[in-house]
Structure formats: structure tokens, C-alpha cells
Ligand binder design. Structure first.
Ligand code: HEC
Length: 155
């Protein structure tokens, strides 16, 4: 009987150690990891606004299209600061691959491409150039996939 109780306490204690360790790891993870994941989610949100419009599954709305494109432009500029050295997969829960810090200039260049392609969409939306916007849209999507393939761990 005593042995069973001791064993149960031991198992419960080990559980607390494991929980303690994982809480500790998350608390110490650099803030940039959560910040960039939030930013990327917002990128996804902007694409979900634009894609149905471009496909003709939602009505063209120049104002909403311009806002979503502006968000993509702004995020591409902001994102560059959210991948400092020391925020890789050894530092927290992140899908960012170590290749980012081995080829940082190439990686940052892809955010520049996203910013440029998105700025072009902003311009087309403010001119209410629906056809031009739809023709230019794939260039933005390519910048997402173009970076995720080499630099993000697949799900
Ligand atoms: C220059 C590289 C780069 C570009 C450009 C880029 N991403 Fe990402 N994206 C990443 C990396 C790296 C991660 C993993 C971040 C992490 O886990 O720390 C990521 C993660 C994501 C995620 C998952 C976020 C989460 O954790 O839930 C989404 C969604 C996403 N990106 C959407 C987009 C969209 C949409 C675009 C284009 C408009 C885009 N990204 C452009 C590099 C990029």
C-alpha cells in the first residue's frame, strides 16, 4: 500500500517537472516568434479577403482590396525586424528554418519583393483598375510560397 502511494506521488511529481519545464521554455521564447506568427496570420487574412475577389467569387471592392493590399505591404516591411538572430527553432516553437539565418539577405529580399508586389496592388486598387489588379495579384501570392518553400518547416 505505502509503495503504491509513493509511486503515485513520484509519477505526479514527474508530471509537474515536465509541465514546469515546458512552461519555462515558452516563457523564455523570444517575443519575436509570437509576433511574426501573428503577422503571418494577418497575411493569411488579407489573402483570404483578396483571393475570392480576384477569382470573381466575391464582388470587386476597390476600397477593401486596397486596404488588404496595404496590409500586405506594411507587414512585409515590419516582418524583416521579427527574425533577429537567436530566434530559431532551438529557442522556441517556430516553423522558421535555420536556413533563414544562413541566407538572411536572400530571405529579407523576399520581403522586399512582397512589399513591392503589394505596393503595386495598392496603386491599382486606388485607380480602381480591377482588371489590372486581378492580373497583378498572382505576383503577391508567389512571394508567399517562394519564401515558405525554402525557409519554413512544412506542417
Ligand atoms: C520572406 C519569407 C516569407 C514571406 C515573403 C512570407 N512568409 Fe509566411 N512565414 C514565413 C516563415 C519563416 C514562417 C514561420 C514563422 C514562425 O513559425 O516563426 C511563416 C509562417 C506563415 C504562416 C503560419 C503562421 C502561424 O504560425 O500560424 C502563415 C499563415 C503565413 N506565413 C502566410 C503568409 C502569406 C499569406 C504570405 C504572403 C502574403 C507570407 N506568409 C509571406 C516566411 C515568409
Amino acid at each position: 500500500m505505502k509503495a503504491i502511494v509513493r509511486r503515485a506521488l513520484f509519477v505526479a511529481g514527474m508530471g509537474l517537472v515536465v509541465i514546469g519545464a515546458s512552461v519555462g521554455a515558452n516563457a523564455q521564447a523570444p517575443a519575436e516568434i509570437a509576433q511574426r506568427q501573428e503577422l503571418m496570420k494577418a497575411n493569411g487574412g488579407a489573402m483570404r479577403t483578396l483571393t475570392p475577389m480576384v477569382r470573381g467569387e466575391a464582388p470587386w471592392n476597390a476600397q477593401a482590396a486596397g486596404q488588404a493590399a496595404a496590409k500586405l505591404q506594411e507587414d512585409a516591411v515590419r516582418a524583416k525586424a521579427l527574425f533577429p538572430a537567436g530566434t530559431g527553432p532551438d529557442k522556441g516553437q517556430t516553423a522558421a528554418l535555420p536556413a533563414i539565418w544562413e541566407r538572411k539577405a536572400e530571405f529579407d529580399g523576399m520581403f522586399d519583393k512582397q512589399a513591392q508586389a503589394a505596393a503595386n496592388l495598392v496603386r491599382l486598387a486606388s485607380a480602381n483598375d480591377e482588371a489590372g489588379f486581378k492580373a497583378a495579384f498572382p505576383a503577391v501570392g508567389q512571394t508567399c510560397g517562394g519564401c515558405h518553400t525554402p525557409f519554413r518547416k512544412p506542417n
